[in-house]
Design a protein around this ligand. Structure first.
Ligand code: AHR
Length: 502
């Protein structure tokens, strides 16, 4: 089987916003406690943050981390997490039926962000709270001093404001599971008022309003239209979420979900344009895809904790999906979609970063390791920066529940003008056939292959564990070549590859 791709230097989609390689950390399960924070761990620093986890995060060069939720934020009182630890209250978290000691709050999270070299993206509580809480939290975090909340921050040990630019106006407010869930009109008005108040403090903030929790929500896509009609002039991004699952163990169909993701983005981009036209606005609103990942492996186990019979445990092992090899392909496809939609998707956050549906796993007192999906995320984040190319791809395809024609070969191309590299990320969705792929490199001069990484496995369900951390890992590719301005690469069935040319 054969596929062909044309990459032309002048045919581009957009400069990729680095923030599409962002991540998310919620006060949920063992993401914070035993994830990034474990004071008794042998690698813990003076603040109790795990050094081994920080290293794995640093290696990913994560540009932004969204915090503290998620569903958690919709009943979160941020003041509980500041001041002397011994005075912080333990609270019940209604979203995940757990308790939270508040040992980690905004100060500790901010310090950790500095340690791992990332920027904070904070969410305000628009579930149980509203405008007043948002303005107070903003003042605490961003005001230099001389006011009640900023002076409290200084008293609590942080002199300089953090100057957080990105703020989420609540989380998944369309979901009936959300504390303080609202309909689109109600939420749109609250979000607009909150945004107005926050902008009175600082006009340069980047504000993110909630879109749909997923494209199967009954209120989708009217939710986006109504919410934007209220907020269009006051926000910069609309947030989308999507989780991917292979519940019926049908891999071709599972991998076809990337088409559903693409349609979701396309539809919301069209809705943004519709509202822009209606408002006769000159401003642009973009998409912040601030929760995405594979999520289903842990569902059964979680149900037992979430039904409440487990009481209100502190940091139980919730949402601990153990990822397998086929999830590598899914994550590669998702990232390719964001690269190709980089004209409208400006922020995206893998959900989440540690332990909870995450590329990094930890054992209490033990090791931290990279799950299978760590690698496609790593390759895209490190080498997928620059300008997305408008590739012309011709590949045979197949039909799924989500689309009539899903190409077997999925590819994205990124031109990094700074270091002069051309980086391709390729997935072969074919069950049994290798696909000989030829990429015509036009306008790039004579290139040579500087790196070629391949991920394949004989077992789609193979996983990495604490004991066997390298079962699913990339290896150096062989056989790719460039001749007469054409890159030839063979894509084995069910494979992920990165080819870099300079
Ligand atoms: O990431 C896990 C949960 O998924 C988040 O708390 C919520 O926003 C979404 O439903």
């Amino acid at each position: 089987m054969k596929a062909s791709v044309v990459a032309h230097k002048d045919y581009t989609i957009s400069k990729i916003d680095d923030r599409v390689y962002g991540a998310f950390l919620e006060h949920l399960g063992r993401a914070i406690y035993e994830g990034i924070y474990e004071p008794d761990h042998p690698t813990a620093d003076k603040d109790g943050m795990r050094g081994d986890v920080a290293k794995l995060v640093r290696d990913l060069n994560v540009p932004v981390v969204r915090y503290p939720g998620g569903n958690f934020v919709s009943a979160y009182n941020w003041e509980d997490g500041v001041g002397p630890r011994e005075d912080r209250p333990t609270r019940l978290d209604l979203a995940w039926h757990t308790s939270d000691s508040n040992a980690v709050g905004v100060h500790e999270f901010a310090e950790w962000c500095t340690t791992v070299g990332t920027e904070m993206m904070l969410a305000v509580n628009l579930g149980s709270r509203g405008v007043d809480d948002a303005r107070n939290f903003l003042e605490y975090v961003n005001h230099p001093g001389g006011s009640y909340w900023s002076d409290l921050r200084i008293k609590n040990g942080r002199k300089e404001p953090w100057n957080v630019k990105m703020w989420c106006l609540g989380n998944e407010m369309d979901g009936p599971w959300q504390v303080g869930h609202k309909d689109a009109d109600e939420y749109g008005k609250l979000a607009a008022n909150t945004a107005r108040a926050m902008r009175m403090f600082d006009r340069s903030l980047e504000l993110i309003v909630c879109g749909s929790s997923n494209s199967d929500m009954p209120s989708y896509p009217d939710w986006e239209r109504i919410v934007l009609e209220h907020t269009y002039d006051h926000v910069d991004h609309i947030s989308l979420h999507m989780y991917f699952a292979n519940r019926d163990d049908n891999t071709p169909n599972y991998l076809g979900l990337a088409e559903k993701l693409d349609t979701y983005i396309e539809t919301v981009a069209a809705t943004i344009k519709q509202v822009k036209a209606k408002k006769k606005s000159k401003r642009d609103v973009f998409i912040s895809f601030d929760e995405w990942n594979v999520w289903y492996h842990s569902n059964k186990k979680d149900r037992e904790i979430l039904d409440g019979n487990g009481g209100w445990p502190h940091a139980p092992g919730l949402l601990e999906d153990v990822y397998n090899f086929e999830d590598v392909l899914m994550v590669g496809l998702i990232l390719n979609t964001f690269i190709r939609r980089s004209d409208v998707v400006k922020i995206a956050c893998i959900a989440q970063l540690v332990n909870v549906i995450a590329p990094i796993m930890t054992e209490k007192g033990g090791p931290a390791w990279a799950q299978t999906i760590y690698y496609p995320y790593f390759f895209a984040s490190i080498f997928g920066r620059g300008t997305a190319l408008q590739l012309q791809t011709n590949s045979p395809g197949y039909e799924t529940n989500h689309a009539k024609d899903t190409p077997f070969v999925d590819v994205s191309g990124v031109h990094n003008e700074e270091d002069g590299t051309l980086n391709f990320f390729l997935v072969n969705r074919h069950t049994s056939e290798s696909i000989e792929t030829e990429v015509s490199l036009q306008g790039f001069g004579n290139g040579t292959i500087i790196d070629h990484q391949v991920m394949t496995h004989t077992n789609l369900k193979a996983v990495n564990t604490a004991k066997n951390q390298q079962e699913v890992a990339p290896r150096k590719g062989e056989g790719a070549a460039i001749a007469n301005g054409t890159l030839s690469v063979k894509l084995p069935p069910y494979s992920y590859q990165m080819v870099r040319v300079k």
